[in-house]
Design a protein around this ligand. Sequence first.
Ligand code: NAD
Length: 474
Amino acid sequence: MVDNYRLLIGGQWVSSPVQASIVNPYDDTVVASVPVADRELVDRALQAASDAAREMAALPAHQRYDILMNAARLVEARKEELAVSITRESGKTIRASRQEIERSIFTLRLSAEEAGRIGGEEVRLDRVPGSENRLGFTWREPVGVVACITPFNSPLNLIIHKAGPAIAAGNAVVVKPSPQAPLTGLMLGEILLEAGLPPRALNIVYGGAEVGRQIVTDPRVQFIAFTGSARVGREIASTAGFKKLMLELGSNAGVYVHRDVSIEKVVPRLVQGAFATTGQACISTQRVYVHRDVYEPLLHRFLQAVDRLVVGDPMNPETDIGPMIDKSAAQRVESWVNEAHARGARIAFGGRREGAVVWPTVLVDVQPDMKVVCEEVFGPVVSFIPVGSVEEGVERINDSPYGLQAGVFTEDINVAFRAAKALKVGGVIVNDSSKYRADNMPFGGVKGSGMGRESPAECVRRMTEQKVVVLNLD
Ligand code: NAD
C-alpha cells in the first residue's frame, strides 16, 4: 500500500508535479509518495511563516500551552500508526520507534510547560551613578520564524524538539524533515492543525539539500534549528548570515570503563549504547576504552551478549538490529570495517552485510587513525581498546574532532568526577553509555559536534530575544 502525502503550506495541503518515493530499507518496498517542493513552494512556505509570525507572537501563553498539550494527546491517540510509519520509512526497529513516540509525547508536554515560564529579570540600574531613579527590566519576545531541519534517525522527536519550543515561545515555523524519513513530520502537521495551531504558523516542505539551502539563506528566517551531519552543519554556519543557530551534529562517542566495575552491570549498558537504533544515533558508543585489568573478561562477556542480539525484520518486536537507512550507508560502513581489517584490526564479531543490514560488529586491535575510530561510523560498529588508567581513557576519548557525550563506568566517585571534569564533551554520563538522553536535559556538543543546547527549556530561551526596558522616574 503506497500512501500519498502532501505538503503543508500556508494552511493548505498542497502537491507538486515532482514526487519522491519513500522506500522501506528492509524490503525495498515503496511505502509512500511525497511531493518535492520546488523553489516557488518553499518561497510560499517561508512567506506564510513570515506572515504568521505576528499572529503567533500575539497568541497568549495559555493558548500555546493548550495547543501543545492537545498535540501530545493526539500523538498519544495515533501512537501505533506513527511508530509503524517510522519503522516502514526508516527501518528503525518497531521497539525503538515506539520508544521514540513515547519520547515525542513527553517532549510536546515539556514544550507546553515552557510556554508559561518565559520571563525576564530586573536590571539594577542604580548601580550606575546618575541612574538612581531608573528602573530597568527585561522581557522576552519571539524571534519570528524558526526553521527546523532534521535527520532521518529520530524523525519525529527531533522535529518536536525544535517546533515544540518554537511554538511555545510564540514563533512561526518552517520544517524540512529528512528526505529519507519525512512521513511522521508530515503527520505532525495534521496533528498540530487539529490541536488548534493557527494554520499558517506551521509549514512543512519536502526536499533535500537544495530546499535546505533555500531555507537557510532566506532573510525571512531568524533562527535555524538544525540536527544532522557535521558537514552540513559547517555549510549552514558559513551561509546562514545574521541568524541565530543551533547546530546538533555528529560524534564518534567514547566510553571509559574503569577496573572497579561490575562487568554484569556494564555489559548490557554497553550493548545498548553501541547497537540500539542500529548504531545510527549521534551519541552511539563507537569507542570503548577499557582498563587493562578488566579488558579481557569484559570483552568476552560483551561478545556473548552481542551473539544474543536478534538481527532482521524491524517490524518484528523481537528484533534488536534492523537495517541501516539504505544500502549505500551499509556499504560505506562495510568498507570502513574492511579498511580497518586490511590494516590489522581484528573483527571479533560480525563484519557481515546483506542489503542494508549490517550485523553488529565488534573490532579490536584498531589504530587511532582508522576511520572506524576517528570518524563518525553512524552504524552498528564498536571498537574495544585497552588503556592503563582513567587519564589515558579520557585523553583517548578527547582525541576526536567531536565532543557530544561520553560515558564513564566506575564505582569510585573520584574517578567519576576527575573524568567528568577533564572530558571535552557536552555531556558526561556516569555509569551508563554515551547514548543516554533524557528529553529535558540540555543536549548538545562542543568542537565538531556543534553549538547550542537542545531541550525545550533551553530552546525557548534561545528562540526568544531579550528586550530591555528602562523607565526614567526622575
Ligand atoms: P544530513 O546532515 O545528511 O541531513 C540532515 C538534514 O539536513 C536533512 O534534512 C537534509 O536534507 C538537510 N540538508 C542536507 N544538505 C543541506 C544543506 N546544504 N543545507 C541545509 N540542509 C541540508 O544528516 P543525516 O544523514 O540525515 O543524519 C545523520 C547525521 O545526523 C549524523 O551525523 C548524526 O550524528 C547527526 N545527528 C545528530 C544529532 C544530535 O542531536 N547531535 C541527533 C541525530 C543525528
